[in-house]
Design a protein around this ligand. Structure first.
Ligand code: ZN
Ligand code: ZN
Length: 389
């Protein structure tokens, strides 16, 4: 783009068209989400928001590429991207005004120029994703614009899933179940943790996922005492049980589960520890319904584990929201005062970790419904059902 020509974003759709779209009940759910952000900004007296978290950009536009920002302004939104994505943007978000950088244009001067031409005097910036370097440079470039750090604005919207998001999460849960069933059926004592992790990923893709939600945890015996163990060349047959924590990304939305597979015998200790974790998990799931405070759900599970004498061995929060990210709001842990509401999806994953022996964690994905909850994941979890071979 040449300096003398108007910035491409200023060749904008007319305000009338924009207004018609806002009044149109059939406007895309992405436009509706941007509208909600606009209202949140107006309440805070901020004119626009520069969305720099790529996941938030996807949530607000439907665009699945990277390296793109979104400006949500009072009467127009601008998706700031580059020429690699022109075709994809046309397909994924045809209703959006595009502002496309050329190969020689750096993001900062391009964004600064756009912002100065849109004439914004207070700009919200995403404090959790914008780097300090970008913030300092932007402040330098926009002398007449106040930058207001915004925290968790889009993340707050993302907590409540709509029908489409719930449907996609169901798909991700189902793909995780199917991948696990195939891997479980083909498990042999000679297989290594790494091979099991690779098989899970292969099966996840065969069932239509674009990959795992995160690198799977496959931890044999004592290694399961590490809540976030990375797979190694340890063989499955080296201990009586293996912990597997995995999830599938169906394309945008993710699932997250943990199961124990017993490949040897069920020792009295495993039976006891597993029983406590399962009891804590079932009780916590039962407590999930609208109006309950997040930390109260954590307390239910923690109380049962503490009463059994393992309180100090449950060293992490009970669960977390899932969605476009594997870890998102709300968190089910101590000090979290968010109130559960219909449409939230959270994991419930209590664990007991005993160094030198191993660990047990059981994790499922739970949808908060209007009347209570629904467990979205359906992999069997009674101890006898975890026996392999
Ligand atoms: Zn997990
Ligand atoms: Zn999890």
């Amino acid at each position: 783009m040449q300096a003398t020509r108007p910035h491409p974003i200023l060749v904008a759709r007319s305000t009338l068209t924009q207004r018609l779209q806002l009044e149109n009940p059939t406007m895309s759910r992405f436009a509706q989400r941007r509208d909600k952000i606009r209202r949140m900004l107006a309440k805070q007296g901020v004119e626009a928001l520069l969305v720099t978290n790529f996941t938030n950009v996807s949530y607000l536009t439907g665009f699945t590429g990277d390296d793109s920002y979104l400006l949500v302004a009072a009467d127009q939104d601008y998706l700031i991207s580059d020429q690699r994505y022109t075709t994809q943007l046309g397909e994924e978000c045809p209703d959006l005004e595009l502002s496309i950088r050329g190969p020689s244009q750096q993001m900062l001067p391009f964004v600064s120029k756009l912002l100065s031409q849109v004439k914004i005097s207070t700009l919200g910036v995403e404090a959790r994703s914008m780097t300090i370097a970008f913030y300092v440079d932007l402040r330098e470039a926009l002398k007449n614009c106040e930058l207001v750090p915004a925290r968790g604005l889009v993340e707050k919207l993302r907590m409540i899933k709509d029908k489409d998001e719930i449907a996609r999460t169901r798909v991700a849960c189902d793909q995780a179940r199917r991948a696990f069933e195939v891997v479980r059926a083909s498990l042999t004592p000679e297989m290594t943790e790494l091979q099991v992790a690779a098989d899970l990923e292969y099966q996840a893709r065969r069932f239509g996922g674009i990959g795992m939600s995160f690198p799977p945890i496959v931890a044999v015996g004592a290694r399961a005492a590490l809540p976030h163990a990375s797979p190694t060349t340890q063989q499955i047959g080296a201990a009586d049980f293996t912990l597997i924590d995995w999830g599938v990304n169906e394309g945008l939305y993710v699932s997250d589960l943990t199961r124990i597979l017993v490949t040897g015998k069920i020792s009295p200790k495993l039976r006891k520890v597993y029983g406590v974790v399962l009891k804590a998990q079932l009780a916590a799931i039962k407590a999930i319904r609208p109006g309950v405070i997040c930390e109260a759900v954590d307390r239910v599970a923690r109380g049962i584990i503490s009463k059994a004498g393992y309180g100090k061995r449950f060293g992490h929060g009970l669960g977390h929201g899932t969605g476009l990210d594997i870890h998102e709001a709300p968190r089910l842990s101590q000090g979290q005062t968010t109130v559960l509401a219909p449409g939230m999806i959270v994991t419930v994953e209590p664990g007991i970790y005993l160094p030198g022996w191993g660990g047990v964690r059981i994790e499922d994905d739970i949808l908060v419904t209007r009347n209570g909850h629904e467990v979205l994941t359906s992999v069997p979890k009674q101890l006898e059902e975890c026996l392999v071979g």
